[in-house]
Design a protein around this ligand. Structure first.
Ligand code: DAT
Ligand code: MG
Length: 137
């Protein structure tokens, strides 16, 4: 079964909406197969987002992702990578569709509440970044 990595970013944790976000995926029939809370170091955040190392937003993004605890979540279901991206909404909340997580809660493109894997290749890097096989149930 397809799996993806979601992260509730520091702004989502601060807003106290972990349960609200997780329930949106459960209500769509997707299953939570792993979840934890961790506080990344800046070095860990940079390593997670290594694919963006040439982008102008790489440093501020890594600062933001290490400013407080985050909640990584592994979600499972048929077509889950695309479904989770749809429920999240567009990267920039100004462009996100009504009823998406980013439209409802994000303040800006820099602080946009959630991360979701964008492909099977990304998920294959991102899930083991946070979870061992024994933690995915
Ligand atoms: P997504 O998180 O929707 O997959 P992405 O992979 O292109 O988007 O970028 C990763 C994160 O980097 C994104 O969630 C927020 C930040 N980011 C992206 N584009 C940005 C921009 N133009 N300015 C500032 N931050 C940006
Ligand atoms: Mg991305």
């Amino acid at each position: 079964m397809e799996k993806t990595l979601l992260i509730i970013k520091p702004d989502g944790v601060k807003q106290n909406i972990i349960g609200e976000i997780v329930s949106r995926f459960e209500k769509k029939g997707l299953r939570i197969v792993a979840i934890k809370k961790v506080w990344l170091t800046k070095a860990q955040a940079k390593s997670f987002y290594i694919v963006h190392k040439e982008k102008p937003f790489y440093e501020p993004l890594s600062d933001f992702m290490s400013e407080g605890p985050v909640v990584p979540v592994v979600i499972e279901g048929a077509g889950v990578i695309a479904k989770v991206r749809e429920i999240m909404g567009a990267t920039n909340p100004a462009n996100a569709a009504a009823g998406t997580i980013r439209k409802d809660f994000a303040e800006s493109v820099e602080r946009n509440i959630v991360h979701g894997s964008d492909s099977p290749e990304s998920a294959a890097y991102e899930i083991p970044f946070f979870f061992s096989a024994a933690e995915i149930l």
